[in-house]
Design a protein around this ligand. Structure first.
Ligand code: ZN
Length: 135
């Protein structure tokens, strides 16, 4: 498998509108777009930083994964995403090497990307997302 770069850092927030005052207003990052991914019960907002992005995540429902994350751990960094060349190949290779996967098969993320999460029990407590994007 080949990791191309850190694609983005996902940050769980209660309110994108509130958090935007920091990332856009105070830090001056451009807000390039937002997208709701209904099946994940999340709205995402992207703020490019150099070659990577900050991805703010706001739950669309009190029972969504981001709402549950904030309930347990508070707002903050929720995951780190690595861009890979071929996500199916990367998942197969990691599985064969004993890494616990949350997603055995890629699902659809924001921007039509293919994404999959590795289980934090195999990754020293970090929720790692793999993503593959057409660009
Ligand atoms: Zn992400």
């Amino acid at each position: 498998m080949k990791i191309l770069k850190v694609d983005h850092i996902g940050i769980a927030v209660k309110s994108i509108d509130e958090a935007k005052k920091l990332y856009n207003g105070l830090l001056g990052l451009e807000h390039t777009g937002s997208e709701t991914v209904a099946e994940q019960k999340v709205t995402t907002a992207f703020f490019p930083v150099g070659d990577a992005e900050i991805e703010l995540l706001e739950s669309t429902s009190p029972d969504g994964p981001i709402a549950k994350y904030i309930e347990k751990k508070g707002e903050g960094i929720q995951h780190i995403a690595f861009r890979v060349e071929n996500i199916e190949e990367a998942l197969a290779e990691l599985k064969a090497k004993g890494v616990a996967l949350i997603d055995e098969k890629p699902r659809r993320g924001a921007g039509g990307a293919k994404i999959a999460f590795l289980h934090p029990k195999s990754t020293f407590g970090v929720l790692i997302e793999l993503c593959e994007k057409e660009e």
